[in-house]
Design a protein around this ligand. Structure first.
Ligand SMILES: NC(=O)c1ccc[n+]([C@@H]2O[C@H](COP(=O)([O-])OP(=O)(O)OC[C@H]3O[C@@H](n4cnc5c(N)ncnc54)[C@H](O)[C@@H]3O)[C@@H](O)[C@H]2O)c1
Length: 253
Protein backbone atom coordinates (compact mmCIF):
# COMPACT_ATOMS: atom_id res chain seq x y z
CA UNK A 1 0.00 0.00 0.00
CA UNK A 2 1.48 3.44 -0.88
CA UNK A 3 2.22 5.57 2.16
CA UNK A 4 1.96 9.35 2.28
CA UNK A 5 5.28 11.18 2.42
CA UNK A 6 6.17 13.83 4.96
CA UNK A 7 9.13 16.09 5.49
CA UNK A 8 10.35 15.94 9.09
CA UNK A 9 13.94 17.02 8.32
CA UNK A 10 15.60 19.04 11.10
CA UNK A 11 12.89 17.93 13.55
CA UNK A 12 13.39 15.72 16.58
CA UNK A 13 10.99 13.30 18.22
CA UNK A 14 10.64 11.04 21.24
CA UNK A 15 8.65 7.83 20.69
CA UNK A 16 7.77 5.43 23.53
CA UNK A 17 6.88 1.77 23.11
CA UNK A 18 9.41 1.68 20.27
CA UNK A 19 10.27 -1.96 20.95
CA UNK A 20 6.68 -2.96 20.10
CA UNK A 21 4.55 -2.98 16.96
CA UNK A 22 3.19 0.55 16.65
CA UNK A 23 6.07 2.36 18.35
CA UNK A 24 8.57 0.67 16.07
CA UNK A 25 6.53 1.57 12.97
CA UNK A 26 6.14 5.22 14.09
CA UNK A 27 9.88 5.46 14.86
CA UNK A 28 10.82 4.06 11.44
CA UNK A 29 8.34 6.27 9.60
CA UNK A 30 9.58 9.41 11.36
CA UNK A 31 13.22 8.47 10.69
CA UNK A 32 12.42 7.77 7.03
CA UNK A 33 10.83 11.23 6.80
CA UNK A 34 14.06 12.79 8.09
CA UNK A 35 13.47 13.20 11.84
CA UNK A 36 16.01 12.37 14.52
CA UNK A 37 14.20 10.02 16.88
CA UNK A 38 14.84 9.00 20.47
CA UNK A 39 13.10 5.64 20.81
CA UNK A 40 12.24 4.39 24.30
CA UNK A 41 11.19 0.92 25.47
CA UNK A 42 11.86 -1.48 28.32
CA UNK A 43 12.72 -4.17 25.74
CA UNK A 44 16.04 -4.45 23.92
CA UNK A 45 16.41 -2.47 20.69
CA UNK A 46 14.75 -4.22 17.70
CA UNK A 47 17.08 -4.96 14.75
CA UNK A 48 15.00 -2.70 12.49
CA UNK A 49 15.82 0.31 14.66
CA UNK A 50 19.51 -0.63 14.86
CA UNK A 51 19.48 -0.70 11.05
CA UNK A 52 18.13 2.87 10.95
CA UNK A 53 21.59 4.10 12.01
CA UNK A 54 22.19 7.53 13.50
CA UNK A 55 18.60 8.67 12.89
CA UNK A 56 17.44 6.57 15.84
CA UNK A 57 18.88 6.71 19.36
CA UNK A 58 17.54 3.96 21.59
CA UNK A 59 16.98 4.46 25.32
CA UNK A 60 16.16 1.19 27.10
CA UNK A 61 14.35 1.59 30.39
CA UNK A 62 11.10 1.52 32.33
CA UNK A 63 8.71 4.41 31.68
CA UNK A 64 7.45 4.12 35.26
CA UNK A 65 10.83 5.45 36.41
CA UNK A 66 10.49 9.26 36.48
CA UNK A 67 14.27 9.75 36.71
CA UNK A 68 14.91 7.60 33.62
CA UNK A 69 12.17 9.36 31.63
CA UNK A 70 13.46 12.82 32.52
CA UNK A 71 17.04 11.86 31.60
CA UNK A 72 16.15 10.17 28.28
CA UNK A 73 13.98 13.08 27.09
CA UNK A 74 16.49 15.70 28.26
CA UNK A 75 19.24 13.82 26.35
CA UNK A 76 17.05 13.86 23.21
CA UNK A 77 16.81 17.65 23.47
CA UNK A 78 20.51 18.14 24.26
CA UNK A 79 21.62 16.02 21.29
CA UNK A 80 19.91 18.29 18.79
CA UNK A 81 19.14 21.49 20.69
CA UNK A 82 15.42 21.04 20.08
CA UNK A 83 12.45 18.75 20.67
CA UNK A 84 9.48 18.92 18.30
CA UNK A 85 7.36 15.82 18.95
CA UNK A 86 6.33 13.34 21.61
CA UNK A 87 4.57 10.09 20.63
CA UNK A 88 3.26 8.27 23.71
CA UNK A 89 2.71 4.73 22.44
CA UNK A 90 3.77 2.28 25.19
CA UNK A 91 0.97 0.39 26.90
CA UNK A 92 -0.11 -3.01 28.18
CA UNK A 93 -3.25 -5.13 27.85
CA UNK A 94 -3.09 -8.03 30.26
CA UNK A 95 -5.52 -10.73 29.11
CA UNK A 96 -6.52 -12.92 32.04
CA UNK A 97 -5.22 -10.65 34.80
CA UNK A 98 -7.06 -7.42 33.89
CA UNK A 99 -10.77 -8.19 34.36
CA UNK A 100 -13.91 -6.60 35.78
CA UNK A 101 -13.04 -3.94 38.35
CA UNK A 102 -15.24 -5.93 40.74
CA UNK A 103 -12.69 -8.74 40.83
CA UNK A 104 -9.33 -7.51 39.48
CA UNK A 105 -6.42 -7.67 41.91
CA UNK A 106 -5.88 -4.06 42.95
CA UNK A 107 -2.14 -4.47 42.39
CA UNK A 108 -2.94 -5.24 38.72
CA UNK A 109 -5.22 -2.19 38.56
CA UNK A 110 -2.45 0.04 39.95
CA UNK A 111 0.22 -1.39 37.64
CA UNK A 112 -1.90 -0.93 34.50
CA UNK A 113 -2.67 2.66 35.52
CA UNK A 114 1.01 3.31 36.12
CA UNK A 115 2.13 1.92 32.76
CA UNK A 116 -0.73 3.10 30.56
CA UNK A 117 -1.47 6.48 32.12
CA UNK A 118 1.17 7.68 34.57
CA UNK A 119 4.03 6.94 32.15
CA UNK A 120 2.36 9.34 29.68
CA UNK A 121 2.06 11.93 32.45
CA UNK A 122 5.79 11.55 33.15
CA UNK A 123 6.81 11.89 29.48
CA UNK A 124 4.45 14.84 28.94
CA UNK A 125 5.86 16.62 32.01
CA UNK A 126 9.42 16.00 30.86
CA UNK A 127 8.78 17.00 27.22
CA UNK A 128 6.59 20.10 27.65
CA UNK A 129 9.28 22.56 28.85
CA UNK A 130 11.53 21.39 25.98
CA UNK A 131 8.75 21.74 23.36
CA UNK A 132 8.16 25.25 24.74
CA UNK A 133 11.88 26.08 24.48
CA UNK A 134 11.79 24.86 20.85
CA UNK A 135 8.94 27.27 20.16
CA UNK A 136 6.10 24.75 19.74
CA UNK A 137 5.49 21.17 18.67
CA UNK A 138 3.01 18.32 18.82
CA UNK A 139 2.13 15.25 20.86
CA UNK A 140 0.16 12.11 20.05
CA UNK A 141 -1.03 9.68 22.71
CA UNK A 142 -2.20 6.17 21.81
CA UNK A 143 -5.52 5.21 23.41
CA UNK A 144 -8.02 2.66 22.00
CA UNK A 145 -11.63 2.46 20.75
CA UNK A 146 -12.18 -0.10 23.48
CA UNK A 147 -12.92 2.47 26.22
CA UNK A 148 -15.87 3.85 24.21
CA UNK A 149 -17.98 0.71 24.55
CA UNK A 150 -18.77 -2.12 26.91
CA UNK A 151 -17.27 -5.58 26.66
CA UNK A 152 -18.78 -8.88 27.84
CA UNK A 153 -15.23 -9.80 28.89
CA UNK A 154 -14.16 -6.55 30.54
CA UNK A 155 -10.60 -5.35 31.05
CA UNK A 156 -11.55 -2.43 33.21
CA UNK A 157 -8.11 -1.16 34.17
CA UNK A 158 -7.21 -1.00 30.46
CA UNK A 159 -10.51 0.71 29.56
CA UNK A 160 -10.29 3.29 32.35
CA UNK A 161 -6.60 4.03 31.74
CA UNK A 162 -7.20 4.59 28.01
CA UNK A 163 -10.25 6.82 28.63
CA UNK A 164 -7.96 8.86 30.87
CA UNK A 165 -5.36 9.07 28.08
CA UNK A 166 -7.94 10.84 25.87
CA UNK A 167 -8.96 13.12 28.76
CA UNK A 168 -5.31 13.93 29.44
CA UNK A 169 -4.69 14.66 25.76
CA UNK A 170 -7.62 17.10 25.53
CA UNK A 171 -6.62 18.87 28.71
CA UNK A 172 -3.03 19.25 27.46
CA UNK A 173 -4.38 20.53 24.13
CA UNK A 174 -6.22 23.34 25.94
CA UNK A 175 -3.38 24.15 28.32
CA UNK A 176 -0.63 24.20 25.67
CA UNK A 177 -2.41 25.72 22.67
CA UNK A 178 -1.09 29.21 23.47
CA UNK A 179 2.46 27.78 23.35
CA UNK A 180 1.90 26.39 19.83
CA UNK A 181 1.92 22.82 21.16
CA UNK A 182 -0.79 20.51 19.82
CA UNK A 183 -2.00 17.35 21.58
CA UNK A 184 -4.16 14.65 19.97
CA UNK A 185 -4.97 11.03 20.70
CA UNK A 186 -5.26 8.05 18.37
CA UNK A 187 -7.88 5.40 19.13
CA UNK A 188 -6.86 2.24 17.24
CA UNK A 189 -9.14 -0.67 16.56
CA UNK A 190 -7.75 -4.21 16.33
CA UNK A 191 -4.15 -4.04 15.13
CA UNK A 192 -1.79 -6.89 14.35
CA UNK A 193 1.16 -6.38 16.74
CA UNK A 194 2.90 -8.49 19.40
CA UNK A 195 0.23 -7.26 21.87
CA UNK A 196 -2.31 -9.36 19.95
CA UNK A 197 -0.22 -12.57 19.94
CA UNK A 198 -3.48 -14.39 20.75
CA UNK A 199 -4.56 -14.03 17.10
CA UNK A 200 -2.13 -16.80 16.22
CA UNK A 201 -3.90 -18.67 13.42
CA UNK A 202 -5.15 -17.70 9.98
CA UNK A 203 -8.62 -18.77 11.07
CA UNK A 204 -8.69 -16.44 14.09
CA UNK A 205 -7.24 -13.56 12.09
CA UNK A 206 -9.86 -14.20 9.41
CA UNK A 207 -12.67 -14.03 11.97
CA UNK A 208 -11.37 -10.76 13.42
CA UNK A 209 -10.94 -9.27 9.94
CA UNK A 210 -14.42 -10.35 8.92
CA UNK A 211 -15.97 -8.45 11.85
CA UNK A 212 -14.33 -5.20 10.74
CA UNK A 213 -16.39 -3.29 8.10
CA UNK A 214 -13.24 -2.69 5.98
CA UNK A 215 -12.59 -6.47 6.22
CA UNK A 216 -9.05 -6.42 7.47
CA UNK A 217 -7.13 -6.15 10.73
CA UNK A 218 -5.26 -2.87 11.18
CA UNK A 219 -1.50 -2.78 10.83
CA UNK A 220 1.17 -0.92 12.76
CA UNK A 221 1.73 1.11 9.58
CA UNK A 222 -1.93 2.22 9.59
CA UNK A 223 -1.31 3.68 13.05
CA UNK A 224 2.02 5.20 11.98
CA UNK A 225 0.24 6.94 9.08
CA UNK A 226 -2.25 8.45 11.54
CA UNK A 227 0.49 9.46 13.98
CA UNK A 228 2.64 11.11 11.30
CA UNK A 229 -0.34 13.05 9.96
CA UNK A 230 -1.27 14.35 13.43
CA UNK A 231 2.34 15.31 14.19
CA UNK A 232 2.91 16.92 10.79
CA UNK A 233 2.37 20.54 9.80
CA UNK A 234 -0.52 19.24 7.68
CA UNK A 235 -2.44 18.92 10.97
CA UNK A 236 -1.41 22.35 12.25
CA UNK A 237 -5.06 23.37 12.90
CA UNK A 238 -5.96 20.11 14.67
CA UNK A 239 -5.67 19.81 18.42
CA UNK A 240 -7.65 18.06 21.14
CA UNK A 241 -9.18 15.37 18.91
CA UNK A 242 -9.43 11.61 19.38
CA UNK A 243 -8.74 10.12 15.94
CA UNK A 244 -10.46 6.75 15.52
CA UNK A 245 -8.47 4.41 13.23
CA UNK A 246 -10.48 1.19 13.29
CA UNK A 247 -11.58 0.17 9.77
CA UNK A 248 -15.12 1.26 10.71
CA UNK A 249 -15.47 -1.09 13.68
CA UNK A 250 -17.19 1.48 15.92
CA UNK A 251 -19.94 1.75 13.28
CA UNK A 252 -21.09 -1.69 14.35
CA UNK A 253 -21.84 -0.66 17.92
N1 LIG B 1 -2.67 -3.89 19.06
C1 LIG B 1 -3.92 -3.50 19.24
O1 LIG B 1 -4.89 -4.18 18.79
C2 LIG B 1 -4.20 -2.20 19.96
C3 LIG B 1 -5.50 -1.66 19.86
C4 LIG B 1 -5.77 -0.47 20.50
C5 LIG B 1 -4.79 0.19 21.21
N2 LIG B 1 -3.52 -0.35 21.29
C6 LIG B 1 -2.51 0.42 22.03
O2 LIG B 1 -1.45 0.72 21.16
C7 LIG B 1 -0.24 0.93 21.89
C8 LIG B 1 0.89 0.16 21.23
O3 LIG B 1 0.59 -1.20 21.34
P1 LIG B 1 1.12 -2.33 20.35
O4 LIG B 1 -0.06 -2.97 19.79
O5 LIG B 1 2.18 -1.80 19.47
O6 LIG B 1 1.70 -3.33 21.45
P2 LIG B 1 3.16 -3.94 21.72
O7 LIG B 1 2.99 -4.82 22.89
O8 LIG B 1 3.72 -4.48 20.47
O9 LIG B 1 4.00 -2.64 22.12
C9 LIG B 1 3.89 -2.00 23.36
C10 LIG B 1 5.30 -1.68 23.83
O10 LIG B 1 5.23 -0.96 25.08
C11 LIG B 1 6.36 -1.35 25.83
N3 LIG B 1 6.17 -1.12 27.26
C12 LIG B 1 5.21 -1.65 28.05
N4 LIG B 1 5.40 -1.25 29.32
C13 LIG B 1 6.52 -0.46 29.33
C14 LIG B 1 7.20 0.23 30.34
N5 LIG B 1 6.81 0.19 31.62
N6 LIG B 1 8.31 0.94 30.00
C15 LIG B 1 8.74 0.97 28.70
N7 LIG B 1 8.11 0.33 27.70
C16 LIG B 1 7.00 -0.37 28.02
C17 LIG B 1 6.48 -2.86 25.57
O11 LIG B 1 7.77 -3.35 25.89
C18 LIG B 1 6.16 -2.95 24.09
O12 LIG B 1 7.31 -2.95 23.29
C19 LIG B 1 -0.55 0.50 23.32
O13 LIG B 1 -0.72 1.65 24.12
C20 LIG B 1 -1.85 -0.29 23.18
O14 LIG B 1 -2.62 -0.24 24.33
C21 LIG B 1 -3.22 -1.53 20.68
Amino acid sequence: MPTPSYDFRNRTAVVTGAGGGMGEAITLALAKAGAAVTAIDVKACPDSLKAAGAAVQYAQGDLRDAGFVEKAIRAAYDRHGRLDYLANVAGVLWFGRDKSLLETELSVWDEVMEINLKSMVLTSRAATPLLRKTGGGAMVHVSTIQWMRGDPQPQDAYQASKAAVCAMSRSLAMQLAADGIRSNSICPGPTLTPLQARWNTEQIRGQVADYVPLKRIGTADDMANAALFLLSDGASYITGIDLVVDGGLLLRV
